[in-house]
Design a protein around this ligand. Sequence first.
Ligand code: PNS
Length: 165
Amino acid sequence: MERLAVYPGSFDPITNGHLDIIKRGLRSFDRLIILVAYNPNKSGLFSVNERMEMIRQVVGDDPRIRVDSFSGLLVNYVRDAGAQVILRGLRALSDFEYEFQMALINRRLNRDIETVFLMTGYKWFYTSSNLIKEAAGHGGSVRGLVPEIVLQKLQAKYSTLSGKG
Ligand code: PNS
């Protein structure tokens, strides 16, 4: 049986930490759906289409990966996609409680779906999209924490937002 996992997240924007999980995930699963799960009432820095486009550019033309977006209940998407697993990355201890809560509510909502955690590479242990946005928004360099294309998009976004673009 094909092992299909859904890797959901906000991906606002995709970081090297996410990419690390994608690479590791492909060692355990035949196919991955990278799912930009968004809340229509919450706006991010990048639009959902921009986030998906960046992910597509970064992962390239890999037939094992599909990029999609969704704004409902995650377990319903996973069920409808015919997947059995939600893949999440775990970083520092601070992630644990939130991830544990989310895995438990998802299990309660659908007992046929398992959440599988992969530990992020140590280099990305303390980085997150939010911290990266904060640093970049204040003009700090986030080179090395995000793929080059994302770096350019962040710079362009913040120079537009501050009226310099
Ligand atoms: O990258 P993030 O922000 O940590 O991802 C969180 C995300 C989008 C995976 C999570 O909020 C989610 O699954 N949202 C969809 C709604 C849902 O099913 N929530 C969990 C059960 S209430």
